[in-house]
Ligand binder design. Structure first.
Ligand code: AR6
Length: 224
């Protein structure tokens, strides 16, 4: 009887890289609306508001780059609740190789860290996952990654949702972003890559810190 072929054990470095979620995550400093098409990003995430009709920050930049067709399209969507996400075409950004915009609405950080009550909403020393805002931001990432999978996105670019106008503490947001990307990539081959697009070196350092210290905070139940 002929034995079935057993795949050899000497998988290439490229294969090993594909199996390592951390190797599939990049952090860059860039304007998410002006990415080099050579990078191969085919979908970007927008940090929108519940109207989906545009605003400032990254949302304003994406609407300007995508053009008025995006606003026209979004008027038909009926908005989007905080923590959820909706997909649209990329319109004017298609010439950069972008096929989808995944709009999500992050939470507004309540900014009440001075209540003195550990774990109160807005206490940025509360355990990760404890505050309502943590859970809503986590939901944004879950929703966006599910949409990316559904639309066969190969390389997804994500800005630092909620960390601008919505004032979510940046190091905390970076851990939530990385933790969810890592968990998703462990289970799924798509997207093949996730690139966190930061607007400054300082913002990028929060992601590097989250990634480099993951062994401590991803397993621990300690405070952030
Ligand atoms: N590319 C990459 N990152 C950017 C860009 C850009 N072009 N512009 C800003 N950022 P924010 P939020 C960074 O305020 O906190 C809007 O008015 C920025 O430095 O854009 O989720 C919406 O309509 C920060 O790190 O989004 C909502 O009303 C991050 O993107 C509200 O703001 C997010 O900052 C959403 O607030």
């Amino acid at each position: 009887m002929e034995l079935p072929q057993v795949p050899s054990n000497d998988s290439s470095a490229a294969d090993q890289q594909l199996n390592d979620p951390v190797a599939r995550i990049n952090v860059i400093v860039a304007d998410i609306t002006a990415l080099d098409p050579e990078i191969g990003i085919d979908a970007i995430v927008n940090a929108a508001n519940e109207s989906l009709l545009g605003g400032g920050g990254v949302d304003g930049a994406i609407h300007r780059a995508a053009g008025p067709e995006l606003l026209e399209h979004n008027r038909t969507l009926g908005g989007c609740p905080t923590g959820l996400a909706k997909r649209t075409p990329a319109f004017g950004l298609e010439k950069q190789g972008i096929r989808h915009i995944l709009h999500t609405v992050g939470p507004v950080w309540s900014g009440t860290a001075d209540t003195g009550v550990p774990g109160a909403p807005g206490d940025d020393t509360a355990k990760l996952g404890y505050t309502h805002e943590d859970n809503l931001l986590a939901s944004c990432y879950t929703q966006v990654l599910a949409l990316a999978l559904e639309h066969n996105v190969r390389h997804l670019a994500i800005p630092a949702i909620s960390t601008g106008v919505y004032r979510f503490p940046k190091p905390r947001a970076a851990r939530i972003a990385f933790g969810h990307a890592h968990g998703h990539l462990l289970r799924s081959g798509l997207p093949q890559r996730i690139t966190f697009v930061c607007f400054s070196d300082e913002d990028a350092s929060n992601y590097h810190e989250a990634i480099n210290t993951r062994g401590q905070w991803m397993m621990s139940r300690g405070r952030v």
